[in-house]
Design a protein around this ligand. Structure first.
Ligand code: GRF
Length: 197
């Protein structure tokens, strides 16, 4: 019996990367998405997860006046229920605290829209677009307690056109992210033994 790697996606927003991962997992022999968790009740990613019939779709909002540490504890308890092999951040708009990062060392990965260490944090596409950089693209990295500071796993560049509007630029960048994220997840899982018994 093949045991597939069990993956969880955490996302706060639109979910184009989450969808690309769910699409890839649907036909993958090595991985399944066992849960999608969001901290935002109106996040379109939740609808996308329903479309893919993900068995656990979880809304975990931060309560008013709740400390970051308390929220992280609740998130950790949720994650522990599933014992995931990898946790994939796909536009999850929260910085993870020590308790999470230590519990899942080298098991939490994130995609960032720029070539790190350039332009960490919010507004990556805006910063990259404003720059004169000809080298543009995204980064997949392990997550630590910093803002986009964890060890880099891989980069993927896309083509910048001289007459790009911001929207065209961002759209091409996102398409590049959507293609790259599942590909690099597959590489990581292959490094862990690929399709396995
Ligand atoms: C992406 O640009 C990703 O790099 C960043 O947040 C955005 C999420 O987009 N971390 P989506 O929700 O996956 O469409």
């Amino acid at each position: 019996m093949i045991r597939k790697f069990q993956l969880i996606i955490l996302a706060s927003g639109n979910g184009s990367n989450a969808e690309a991962i769910m699409e890839w997992a649907k036909s993958s022999c090595m991985a399944e998405i066992i849960a999608v968790l969001s901290d935002k009740k109106d996040a379109p990613v939740l609808e996308r997860a329903r479309k893919f019939k993900i068995p656990n779709i979880i809304l975990l909002e931060k309560n008013k006046n709740e400390s970051r540490e308390k929220y992280d504890q609740r998130l950790l308890m949720e994650l522990k229920r599933f014992n995931p092999d990898l946790i994939l951040l796909a536009g999850f708009m929260r910085i993870l605290g020590t308790v999470l990062v230590e519990a899942y060392s080298r098991k939490i990965i994130n995609i960032h829209p720029t070539l790190l260490p350039k332009y960490p944090g919010l507004n990556g596409y805006e910063e990259m677009f404003k720059s004169n950089d000809q080298d543009v693209g995204c980064t997949v990295h392990y997550v630590d307690e910093g803002v986009d500071t964890g060890e880099v796993i891989g980069f993927s560049k896309f083509h910048r056109r001289p007459d790009d509007t911001f929207l065209e630029f961002k759209e091409r960048g996102l398409r590049n992210e959507n293609q790259f994220y599942p590909k690099i997840i597959e590489e990581i899982l292959n490094g862990k033994g690929g399709c396995h018994d």
